[in-house]
Design a protein around this ligand. Structure first.
Ligand code: GCV
Length: 696
C-alpha cells in the first residue's frame, strides 16, 4: 500500500475510462439480462464530467477512475492517501465543500471503497453526496463458496461454479473481474474459493498456480483468497500415515505447504476448515481436540500473517440433542485457540433453518474470536425459486442479545470486537453465485448478495435500508409508489417463507437430500435419526415440537439468563420459538388465545396468502420493470405460490393425523397422494431455470 499524500491531477472527464460492464452494453437499449447486478444505472447513463484527482500509481487507484466515469454530482473529487490511524486499512472519510468531494483513506483499497460509496450515493440519493466517515464493522467480510473442483456447487442454485480448474480462459478473466468488482462495491474483501467439504486436491502443486491466477485478478479489488482444506490432506497428497496434529511429520507437512502457497500467493488469506463434521476427517480422529487441530494449522500460517477459520458446525452422532452439540464441543475449549484462529459459528444451533434462535455458543465463548456464518444461498428457503430477502433473518440474529456480558451483548457486538491478541474480526456468508448470466438465477436473489456485503461493512444497517439501496441501484427507474410496493414485498418475504414452511419454531421438516419441499413424514431406513424430520417435529397425539426445556434435552440451559428462563417457560417463550423449545399440546392456549392447532393453521394460511399477495404486488410494478426480468420473477413467484400450497397442505394434513382437528381453511391435495411423491429438484436443471421439477 502507498504512503503518498501528494495529489496529482490525472485527467478531466475521464472519457477514456470505460467500466467493464458498460463496455459491453448499448447505453440506449435497456437489454436487461441481470448480469449488470446493481450497476444497472450504467446502461442508460452518459459519462459524467467530474475531475478526479488522485495518485494513479497502483492498479487499484486505476480502478477508481473507471468507477467515477459516470459521476455527475461533483466537479472535482480529490483523493488523498492519508487519514488518521483509526480508519485502519479499509476506512475512509468523505467531505464535501461546494462541488468538491475530498476523500481520505490510508490505502488505495480504502479509496476504492470510497469511490463506490460516492457512486452509490449518487444513484441511491440522486440529490447529493453526503459527508461520511466509514469504518467497516468487520475486518474480514468473507464469501464462502461451496464450489467443488468438478464444477458443481453444493447447495448452489445458480448454475455451475465460476471457477474452472482445468483452464482459466480470457472469458473467465472478464467474469472474475466483474465478480471482484461487484464484491468490492459492497465491501467484500475475502473469498474462500472452494467447498468446506474440501477435496485435498485443491492444495496440489497443479492447482496452486491457478489459485494464484485468481488471486492476482481479485487483488486490485482488495480481495484476498482463502481455501477450504481437508484435514487429511497430508495423507491424501503425500501418503503420510496419519494426519494427527501432534505428529511432527504432519506439522512439517503443513508448514511446507504454507511456504509453497505463500510463494505463489504472498497475500494468501488462510484456511477455512470443516473438521469432524458430517463424515469429514479432523483432529478428533486421533483423540486430539479442535483447538489442537486448529492451532497446528495456525502455526503453519502465522509466519505469513494467515488465519485459520475453524467451523463450529459439528454434531457427532451421539445421544445429545443436535441443537446442543456445537456448544458441548466448543465451550470447554474457550481460550485455547491461537491468536490467528477464528471460530466460525452458524447463526443458529442446527443448520440455516428458515428461522432458528441464535446459537447459544455465541453467548458462551469469552476468550475466543468468533465469526458468524450466514447462508446467502437459499438451501432451506426455496432455492432459486422463492423470493426470500434474507437480511430480515440475518439482522434478527445479529441484533439478538446473548446477555454474555449483561444486557446489550448482541451478536454483532461480540463478533465485531477483537478479543485480546486476535488478529481479525470476521463475518462469513455462504455464496449464492454461479455461472448463470445473472449470477444468482433468481433476479431478486442478487439482493441477498448485495445486502450481505453491505451488512458486513456496516452491521447497523437495517433490512429496510438495505432493500432501499438495492432497489434504487437495480431498478433505477421505479417511481416511488412502485419502489414502496417492491420494498414491502422484499421485507415481508422472509416471514412469509417461515409461515408457509415452518412457523412457530418448527424446523427441518424438509424432504431428504435436497431440502426443498416438505416431507414431515420422511423416513429413510437406516439414516441417522437427526437427519429425519420426525427427530425435529415430534408430532404425536399429544402435541407438536421438540422438548428442549429442562424436562427435555435442556438446550434452554445453554442460554444465559434471562433467556434460559424465558425459553424454558412454555407460557413465556416467544411464539416464534415455541415448537423449537417445547412439545406443545394441540389445545395449548397461545398468547393470542388461539389453540396451538388453530394458530398453526393460521400461520400456514398467512404464508400461502402472502405468496398471492406477492404476485399481485409484482403485477402492479410491471409497467416499470424490464419485460424479461418481470417475466422471470413472475414465473418464479408462481412456482413459489404453488410450492407454498404444497407446504401448506402437506404439513397441515400430516399434522392433522395427530391433532385430529379440522383445518379451518381449504386444502386441495390429499395426504396419501402427496406422500407418494418426492419433488425432484436438481440443483442445476430446475432451480437455475425457475423450474420446480417433476413430482415423482
Ligand atoms: C457444505 C448442511 C448442508 C451441507 C453443508 C453443511 C455444512 O448440512 O446440507 O450441504 O455442507 O451444512 O455447512 O457444512
Amino acid at each position: 500500500m502507498h504512503n503518498l499524500i501528494e495529489k496529482v491531477k490525472i485527467g478531466v472527464g475521464l472519457v477514456t475510462s470505460v467500466s467493464m460492464f458498460a463496455c459491453c452494453a448499448d447505453p440506449v437499449v435497456s437489454n436487461y439480462d441481470g448480469s449488470m447486478l446493481w450497476f444497472q444505472n450504467e446502461l442508460n447513463s452518459s459519462k459524467g464530467s467530474a475531475v478526479v484527482l488522485l495518485e494513479d500509481s497502483t492498479p487499484t487507484l486505476g480502478l477508481i477512475r473507471e468507477e467515477l466515469a459516470y459521476l455527475n454530482l461533483a466537479d472535482t473529487v480529490e483523493f488523498s492517501l492519508d487519514g488518521d490511524s483509526i480508519l485502519g486499512n479499509d476506512g475512509y472519510e468523505l467531505s464535501v465543500s461546494g462541488k468538491t468531494v475530498s476523500v481520505h483513506g490510508r490505502t488505495d483499497v480504502a479509496l476504492l471503497y470510497a469511490a463506490f460509496d460516492i457512486m452509490r450515493q449518487q444513484n441511491v440519493d440522486a440529490n447529493a453526496i453526503s459527508p461520511s466517515r466509514q469504518i467497516p464493522s468487520y475486518d474480514l467480510r468473507m464469501l464462502n463458496h461451496w464450489d467443488n473442483m468438478d464444477g458443481t456447487v453444493e447447495r448452489g442454485y445458480a448454475g455451475k461454479s465460476l471457477w474452472h480448474w482445468d483452464e482459466i480462459t480470457d472469458e473467465d478473466v472478464v467474469r472474475y473481474k466483474a465478480y471482484a468488482r461487484a464484491n468490492a462495491s459492497v465491501g467484500i474483501n475475502a473469498v474462500v474459493l472452494n467447498n468446506v467439504n474440501a477435496s485435498p486436491e485443491i492444495l496440489s502443486g497443479n492447482n496452486l498456480p491457478k489459485v494464484a491466477m485468481i488471486a492476482d485478478i481479485l487483488r486490485p479489488y482488495g480481495i484476498k483468497v482463502f481455501l477450504s482444506v481437508n484435514f487429511s490432506s497430508p495423507m491424501n497428497l503425500s501418503g503420510l500415515l496419519n494426519a494427527d496434529p501432534l505428529n511432527p511429520h504432519v506439522r512439517h507437512w503443513w508448514q511446507d505447504k504454507a511456504q509453497e502457497i505463500y510463494a505463489h500467493i504472498p497475500d494468501f488469506g488462510g484456511f477455512l476448515v470443516k473438521a469432524n463434521s458430517e463424515g469429514l476427517p479432523g483432529p478428533l480422529d486421533y483423540g486430539r481436540s479442535h483447538s489442537e487441530g486448529a492451532n497446528m494449522l495456525a502455526e503453519a500460517l502465522n509466519l505469513y500473517g494467515g488465519v485459520v477459520v475453524w467451523r463450529a458446525f459439528v454434531y457427532s452422532p451421539s445421544d445429545a440433542d443436535r441443537a446442543k452439540q456445537a456448544y458441548l464441543e466448543f465451550k470447554p475449549l474457550d481460550g485455547e485457540f491461537a491468536d490467528n484462529v477464528i471460530i466460525q459459528i452458524k447463526n443458529g444451533p442446527i443448520d440455516f433453518q428458515p428461522r432458528e434462535p441464535f446459537s447459544p455458543l455465541f453467548g458462551a465463548l469469552h476468550n475466543t474470536q468468533m465469526a458468524v456464518e450466514l447462508q446467502i444461498t437459499q438451501e432451506y428457503t426455496g432455492a432459486s425459486n422463492h423470493v426470500c430477502f434474507l437480511p430480515s433473518m440475518w439482522c434478527e440474529t445479529m441484533n439478538a442479545d446473548t446477555y454474555r456480558d449483561g444486557a446489550g451483548s448482541t451478536i454483532t457486538k461480540l463478533t465485531s470486537q477483537k478479543i485480546a491478541g486476535a488478529k481479525y474480526t470476521a463475518i462469513a456468508g455462504v455464496s449464492n453465485i454461479g455461472d448463470e448470466p445473472n449470477w444468482c438465477a433468481h433476479p431478486l436473489a442478487q439482493a441477498n448478495w448485495y445486502a450481505f456485503g453491505r451488512l458486513a461493512w456496516n452491521a447497523d444497517m437495517t433490512p429496510d435500508s438495505l432493500a432501499t439501496e438495492w432497489i434504487r441501484l437495480t431498478l433505477p427507474s421505479l417511481p416511488l409508489h412502485a419502489e414502496n410496493t417492491f420494498r414491502d414485498m422484499l421485507l415481508e418475504s422472509h416471514e412469509a417463507v417461515v409461515d408457509y414452511m415452518m412457523p412457530l419454531g418448527l424446523h427441518h421438516i424438509f424432504a431428504w437430500g435436497h431440502h426443498y419441499g416438505p416431507e414431515p413424514w420422511c423416513d429413510v431406513p437406516g439414516a441417522r435419526p437427526d437427519w429425519m424430520p420426525k427427530y425435529y417435529h415430534r408430532a404425536d397425539e399429544k402435541g407438536l415440537g421438540s422438548d428442549r426445556s429442562k424436562t427435555g434435552s435442556n438446550a434452554t440451559g445453554q442460554y444465559n439468563e434471562p433467556l434460559c428462563s424465558l425459553y424454558n417457560d412454555i407460557n413465556q417463550c416467544p411464539d416464534k420459538y415455541l415448537l423449537w423449545f417445547h412439545h406443545v399440546d394441540w389445545n395449548f392456549r397461545m398468547k393470542n388465545g388461539q389453540t396451538l392447532w388453530n394458530e398453526l393453521c393460521r400461520h400456514y394460511d398467512k404464508g400461502l396468502t402472502m405468496t398471492d399477495h406477492f404476485l399481485a404486488s409484482w403485477k402492479r410494478i410491471e409497467p416499470y420493470v424490464d419485460k424479461a426480468m418481470w417475466e422471470d420473477v413472475n414465473n418464479r413467484l408462481t412456482i413459489q405460490r404453488d410450492d407454498a400450497r404444497w407446504w401448506h397442505d402437506g404439513c397441515l394434513l400430516y399434522f392433522q393425523q395427530y391433532s385430529k382437528m379440522p383445518i379451518p381453511q381449504k386444502t386441495i391435495y390429499k395426504l396419501d397422494d402427496m406422500m407418494k411423491y418426492h419433488i425432484n429438484i436438481t440443483n442445476y436443471e430446475c432451480a437455475s431455470k425457475g423450474y420446480r421439477g417433476e413430482k415423482m
